[in-house]
Write a protein of this length. Structure first.
Length: 153
């Protein structure tokens, strides 16, 4: 822009910026690509709510293997806490069988206790975006829908 001004040509900054070389960022992997590339290393967890005949509420923590779409572990409680959920992670993956990634939503039940336990086991947590159930999607249907279908049958 300075060289053009020396020649007596007035150019707006926005015009000059349009023709400047831009720094190219490497493309990032999409959510779908991440799931495809790491499916065998991902376990998805989610809580389900089950009403009983006596009008109590039971909470089911469900662990699903993403690559095979199978339940690897589940546990039921009336009063879930972060410590209880953390213990279920230990019980679900004994003796170095922990997955590389743990896919979960942003539920408040996964407190500091849970996050510390998962980190100490060498598992990387992958959080879904806030209020976006579509991120549990792999193939044609969602993991949460799959879990609920399995649980109700």
């Amino acid at each position: 822009m300075g060289e053009l001004a020396k020649l007596g040509i007035a150019v707006a900054k926005s015009t000059a910026d349009k023709y400047k070389a831009r720094v190219q960022k490497p493309p990032s992997a999409t959510w779908r690509a991440f799931l495809k590339n790491h499916a065998k290393d991902i376990v998805s967890i989610d809580f389900l709510v089950v009403p009983t005949v006596r009008f109590k509420i039971l909470y089911v923590l469900l662990f699903l293997s993403v690559d095979r779409r199978r339940i690897t572990h589940f546990a039921v409680t009336e009063h879930p806490t972060a410590a209880w959920a953390a213990q279920q992670v230990v019980e679900a993956f004994p003796w170095d069988t922990a997955p590389k990634y743990l896919l979960r939503d942003r539920d408040s039940i996964y407190g500091d206790w849970f996050r510390r336990r998962v980190k100490n086991m060498g598992i990387e947590e992958v959080l879904t975006a806030p209020q976006s159930p579509w991120q549990f999607r792999t193939r044609s249907d969602s993991m949460a829908a799959f879990a609920e279908n399995v649980w109700t049958t």
